[in-house]
Design a protein around this ligand. Structure first.
Ligand code: SF4
Length: 111
């Protein structure tokens, strides 16, 4: 009986290891896919509509009075992907990567 339980545990651990491996492979695949996305350029029509800047330091505060120092994509709720990556997916600009140091006028503070 105890041999049967031990065998079941072993099987469960094997299944868990396979599942963890599959999840890890899927996450790596997603990361690789995101890295393949094109970079958003300020001349993109949607980027222009939302006043996207590749570098938040270049935002003209007279033109965009809601901008505050410290606002940048890396501090925005909409930014996805891996912290530390220079270019990351954004919920607003699907299919493109935005610069982590960028900014646009729908910036929302990350909670
Ligand atoms: S929504 Fe946020 S993360 Fe996306 S481009 Fe604008 S400021 Fe950057």
């Amino acid at each position: 009986m105890s041999e049967s339980i031990s065998s079941s545990r072993r099987d469960a651990l094997k299944q868990l290891a396979v599942l963890c491996g599959a999840v890890g492979a899927l996450q790596m695949s997603r990361s690789a896919d995101a890295a393949d996305l094109p970079h958003l350029v300020p001349s993109d029509p949607t980027a222009q509509a939302l006043s996207y800047h590749e570098d938040a330091k270049t935002v003209d505060v007279k033109q965009f009075p809601t901008y505050q120092p410290g606002q940048m994509c890396s501090t925005c709720l909409q930014l996805q992907g891996n912290a530390g990556d220079a270019w990351r997916p954004c919920n607003i600009f699907a299919g493109k990567l935005v610069n982590a140091n960028g900014w646009c006028k729908v910036w929302v503070k990350k909670a």
